[in-house]
Design a protein around this ligand. Structure first.
Ligand code: RIB
Ligand code: CA
Length: 310
């Protein structure tokens, strides 16, 4: 039996690579996907998730629309990083699949009931949809096997000095997910900033994958942002980390800890506060495995192999 997986995304340039990879992992079955507003507005992220899955030949995977804005804070998209269209200007053929009309949280719950205690959720955007599902269906938290999240940073941030984009985008929803008690694998900037690809590696991948044009165009769009932030001519495989973890957990090392999210307005908003580096037990829940190390070279080699299959 393949591992049932649901992927929730604000597709997004790095989301696109993660979605493509998710369709190539032989031990997982993508039973559903959903779109959330984040990098771009919901209509765009919904279209992008559908079209990227179709590009990988998987227009059969149902994609559902979720939240068009965060729970409390205003929507703040990232056109500087992903473009208004969310894919850095890359143009994809439209998915032939009919547009689903049910909501993301209703269908996520339906999938959790279909696969009780087996369904893994991969959340690679703001956590609005996942949190809405948790509060709408109080038994959902007890039905999920795990939530693998790209988000947060125990040290540092990328949207502010102490907040990572996905968590800052909806800190109240993120706090709900972290406090739900669901086992969480957290891929924050602590590890995703180790998982880079050079321009040359992107070009090698683009040359050997039928998704090459998407990967070349989209990543060319985001590289100047990374350069402005002092990272050099490279990209980070942020969202591919929780996806690759599903099939290759040995790529990563982490530690169990508690994580809370700062939801108060101010310079600390969106901070993932953890007791990882303190000795006293300060946070009651230790439901989060905070990933701290990743094998970049091995992951880059696997990513090239898997994308060449498309
Ligand atoms: O901070 C990186 C995260 O924010 C990634 O998920 C990227 O797609 C953006 O949503
Ligand atoms: Ca994302």
């Amino acid at each position: 039996m393949k591992r049932p997986v649901w992927i929730d995304s604000d597709a997004g340039i790095d989301d696109a690579m993660a979605l493509l990879l998710a369709t190539r992992l032989k031990d997982i079955e993508l039973v559903g996907a959903s779109a959330v507003a984040g990098n771009a507005v919901l209509d765009r992220t919904f279209r992008n998730v559908r079209d990227v899955l179709a590009l990988a030949g998987r227009s059969d995977i149902p994609v559902f629309k979720g939240a068009e804005k965060p729970w409390i804070v205003p929507l703040a998209t990232a056109p500087d990083a992903h473009g208004e269209d969310g894919l850095g200007g890359a143009v994809l053929p439209a998915s032939p699949a009919k547009e689903e009309t049910e909501t993301a949280w209703d269908m996520l719950y339906e999938a959790a009931c279909r696969y009780p205690h087996e369904l893994t959720v991969v959340a690679i955007g703001p956590l609005t949809n996942i949190a809405t599902a948790i509060v709408t269906y109080p038994d959902l938290a007890g039905l999920l096997k795990e939530v693998a999240i790209m988000g947060g940073a125990i040290i540092g941030g990328n949207r502010t000095p102490c907040a990572e984009f996905n968590i800052l985008a909806d800190p109240h929803a993120a706090q709900c997910v972290f406090k739900s008690g669901i086992p969480i694998a957290m891929f924050g900037l602590d590890v995703t900033h180790q998982m880079s690809l050079s321009e040359q590696e992107i070009e090698e991948i683009a040359r050997t994958s039928s998704a090459g044009e998407l990967l070349r165009t989209a990543n060319a769009y985001i590289i100047p942002l990374y350069m402005r932030n002092g990272h050099g001519r490279q990209v980070f495989m942020h969202d591919s980390c929780p996806v690759m973890y599903l099939q290759y957990p040995e790529l990563f090392k982490g530690k169990k800890a508690g994580v809370n999210v700062e939801t108060r307005s101010g310079p600390g908003m969106g901070k993932t506060v953890s007791d990882l580096y303190v000795y006293a037990d300060q946070l009651p829940l230790k439901n989060v495995t905070v990933m701290l190390e990743g094998d970049r070279d091995r992951m880059a080699a696997l990513v090239k192999e898997l994308l060449a299959e498309i």
